[in-house]
Design a protein around this ligand. Structure first.
Ligand SMILES: *Cc1c(COP(=O)(O)O)cnc(C)c1O
Length: 358
């Protein structure tokens, strides 16, 4: 069997959930499991995060899959419904919905469903993506309150700059000024705000990336926050080449050796979700030792420098990212964030779930 594999640790998920709890002991936790659980497999991560108070996804099919797997906690659609007909399944499966624009209020107003629906009213405090402006709040809150099917309203916002030290102060004070003394439940904090801005924790926190053991804050490692990598993306050496000074490696000969070298070929490429734009020098671990990638990543393979790793053999273990090589370090070399790499793991990579350290 091709050795390329992503191993998903349930114990790391449970540990990272406990880190959220430690930071926000008085808040309920809505575990964000969108994008197939950030690439880890929706039902895999739900299993590791089964103690969360709720789950959040985007597609109604993901929400139904969680219900049908037996999860009883709240399940929220983060972009709400896209058309009125989805409200039937929302009611049937007792899902909750974000309401971020007026068409969604109209859908609720004319809904014929019998079961009450809990909604999350989204306010735009400066991200300028989804949500009503604070000046519309009183009106739309009233409209929702008057909807026969709406049973419960939690007010929500999402920060544009929660990863920066002073990044939420403006949005946070706008939100508080808007609410005044209205006794409503609130949710504001994603992972970065959970870790950096405790004043924003409120009734519900919405962790995503930190549950998967990657850092939401560029330049600060996940380990420094006490988080454990959940995914270990691994493969093996399938070929070893010795090359002379001046020899090129891979497509376009992007890398040219400036000395005699030993090169290993790893059975992993961009069709597996490893980024094609990873430059030569991207960190990678072979047999537990840190080395670097060499040349252009191809569809099914990439090359690594084995010149200083003479013990490497065909079949030697390679960690592309995981507990030994943080996904954030790989992402930084590629000019992106851990989020993108985790989500991009492709469908041909088998996901193997383990309960312990593995
Ligand atoms: C994705 C998402 C989150 C989780 O964000 P992280 O940075 O991964 O913690 C929280 N809230 C909303 C509305 C989201 O879309």
């Amino acid at each position: 069997m091709r050795p390329t594999l992503a191993t998903i640790s349930l114990s790391a998920l449970r540990h990272n959930l406990s880190v959220v709890k430690k930071h926000a002991p008085n808040s309920q936790i809505m575990a964000v499991v969108k994008a197939n659980g950030y690439g880890h497999g929706l039902l895999n991560v739900a299993k590791g995060l089964s103690k969360a108070d709720g789950f959040a996804v985007l597609g109604i099919n993901e929400a139904i899959a969680l219900r049908e797997a037996g999860y009883r906690q709240s399940i929220t659609l983060l972009e709400g419904v896209f058309s009125a007909d989805e409200l039937h399944a929302v009611a049937q499966y007792q899902l909750q919905i974000v309401v971020h624009q007026r068409e969604q209020i109209m859908m609720l107003k004319s809904a014929t469903v019998e079961t009450p629906i809990s909604v999350w009213l989204k306010i735009n405090t400066g991200m300028n993506r989804l949500g009503f402006s604070p000046s519309e709040f009183a009106e739309v809150y009233g409209l929702l309150n008057d909807c026969r099917v709406v049973s419960n309203i939690t007010v929500m916002t999402h920060f544009a700059n929660a990863d920066q030290a002073q990044g939420v102060s403006r949005a946070y004070s706008r939100f508080q000024a808007m609410l005044g003394h209205l006794p409503v439940k609130q949710t504001l904090a994603n992972s970065a705000a959970i870790l950096l801005h405790p004043e924003t924790h409120a009734d519900w926190v919405r962790p995503g990336i930190m549950l998967y053991g990657a850092s939401p804050v560029t330049g600060q490692s996940a380990a420094a926050f006490g988080l454990q990598a959940v995914m270990s993306f691994t493969s093996a050496i399938i070929s070893i080449q010795t090359i002379a000074k001046g020899d090129g490696v891979g497509y376009g000969h992007l890398f040219v050796a400036d000395k005699p070298m030993t090169i290993g070929v790893v059975a992993c490429g961009y069709a597996d979700g490893y980024p094609r734009h990873a430059p030569s020098g991207t960190p990678i671990v072979v047999n537990g030792k840190l080395t670097r990638t060499i040349g252009r990543v191809s569809m099914d393979m990439l090359c690594v420098d084995l010149t200083e790793l003479p013990d490497t053999k065909i079949g030697s273990f390679v960690e592309l990212w995981g507990g030994q090589n943080p996904v954030d370090a790989v992402a930084e070399a590629c000019g992106t964030v851990g989020y993108e790499l985790l989500c991009a793991i492709s469908a041909r990579v088998p996901l193997k779930v383990i309960d312990g350290e593995g």
